[in-house]
Design a protein around this ligand. Structure first.
Ligand SMILES: [Zn+2]
Length: 437
């Protein structure tokens, strides 16, 4: 059947199931869960997979759910991803009262778009025309947060890396996948219905930092103490003193939080804990900036005679979008919207673990408008449900059709022109090389 007709049919089918797709999105938004804890979200996805007789497996990197739609032949396997995790934002109107988890990054919409794409492909009978399979993969823990908690999981051997996709790669959950796509919501150009394609973003090294001083009466005998909070403050200033050495084109970011600042106000702080990332545009810049940051962190301790323990943790790789897949997605988005709605992205200083996948296979991570308010804040809300849940699903389904029709010739073309930055083995050894205490 002609590709164009298949695309029309899948778009109609997705539209016909809009109520169901949006209900799933709302249900996930109303029960937000933090990374590696998305058990209710995973159950909701499994329930829909059951309803549509989609074979699936669960428990990938704790909560991941992996479903598979079989094509006429199974030459290639394209993954459509949706992230399940929320961020912490107690002030968000839909935040969980206990944990503060809220879908203030819109990952609930990614799951809805992924499921919507799958429902469209099944109910329109598209799969029997495709020379390849489609993996619908609900993935955990994109947000790199609660570092201490995750590091405990790591020390217990429950996970090896601290984010969903890196851990899924390590576990081999992407070994059977040739390429992947996922949408993300964007607050850029919120008034318009825009889709942003391509571009790159920063990678980072994760850090846990602990200053150990000596407690003493804060007023009666401060001379007998060693103030760990002063050590941390000097360290942060020492990092600031190096910012002029970071090159503009490297987009270096260091943004620590203090997770423990002392015990009681009348005791000299004996233990101070910090979490941070060192982000940059390239692996070399990440490693270079991290050396300087560690030097500064040590200087804070030395200045007051405290001890510092720096725990460097594998974070995210810089993001790269596959140009051929981006072009296919962009063409499809143009059909549904207009040429003016499609924007080309440049570099972004934030990070995504889609970058990890991008280092071992072709991927795309387009940004979809239709939300208001900044990401990770109380104001973040979906303002255009059609754009966010339906058009995003339609664009992905149409791109799958492009890739897997005509003996999957487009998928083969993407793979032929693609040179992976790393093999999986090289990726694992890079990630392991970052871990240092
Ligand atoms: Zn996000």
């Amino acid at each position: 059947m002609h590709k164009q007709l298949l695309k029309q049919q899948v778009c109609t089918a997705i539209k016909e199931h809009a109520v169901e797709i949006i209900a799933l999105a709302n249900s996930i938004a109303n029960q937000p869960e933090l990374g590696f804890k998305e058990h209710n979200t995973a159950n909701k996805i499994a329930k829909i997979f059951n309803q549509y007789n989609i074979p699936y497996t669960t428990g990938h990197a704790i909560t991941g759910v992996k479903g598979r739609l079989s094509g006429k032949t199974s030459t290639r396997n394209i993954a459509v991803l949706g992230e399940m995790d929320a961020v912490t934002c107690f002030e968000h109107p839909l935040a969980d009262g206990n944990t503060g988890a809220a879908h203030a990054c819109g990952h609930h919409a990614q799951v809805a778009a992924m499921v919507g794409c799958g429902i469209g492909l099944i109910t329109a009978g598209i799969m029997e025309h495709l020379d390849g399979d489609v993996t619908l993969f609900a993935v955990p823990a994109e947000e790199y947060v609660e570092i201490e908690y995750r590091n405990q999981l790591r020390e217990q051997g429950i996970i090896g890396y601290l984010s969903g996709k890196s851990e899924l790669i390590r576990q081999g959950a992407f070994d059977d996948i040739d390429m992947a796509m996922m949408i993300h919501l964007s607050t850029e150009g919120e008034a318009e219905r825009t889709i942003q394609i391509g571009g790159t973003s920063n990678g980072f090294i994760g850090k846990m930092i602990k200053y150990t001083g000596k407690e003493a009466h804060a007023a009666g005998a401060p001379h007998e103490g060693v103030n760990a909070l002063n050590a941390a403050m000097i360290a942060m200033m020492a990092v600031n003193a190096q910012r002029e050495t970071f090159k503009d084109e490297d987009y270096v970011r260091f943004h620590p939080i203090i997770t423990k600042g002392g015990d009681l106000v009348n005791i000299v702080p004996a233990e101070v804990r910090m979490e941070s990332y060192v982000r940059a545009r390239t692996l070399d810049a990440m490693i270079d900036a991290n050396k300087k940051v560690n030097r500064a962190l040590q200087a804070g301790a030395d200045a007051v005679g405290a001890q510092v323990e720096i725990n460097d943790l594998p974070g995210f790789m810089p993001m790269i979008n596959n140009p051929e897949m981006s072009q296919l997605f962009s063409n499809n988005a143009t059909e549904l919207l207009s040429e003016q709605s499609i924007k080309q992205l440049h570099h972004h200083a934030a990070s995504t673990d889609m970058g990890d996948l991008a280092h071992i296979m072709p991927v795309i991570h387009p940004w979809i408008g239709g939300v208001k308010g900044n990401a990770h804040t109380r104001d973040f809300t979906v303002s255009d449900p059609e754009m966010v849940y339906i058009i995003s699903a339609q664009c992905m389904a149409m791109t799958v059709i492009d890739l897997l029709t005509d003996n999957a010739s487009q998928a083969e073309a993407v793979l032929n022109s693609h040179t992976a930055k790393m093999t999986k083995k090289e990726y694992i050894s890079f990630m392991d090389s970052i871990s240092k205490k």
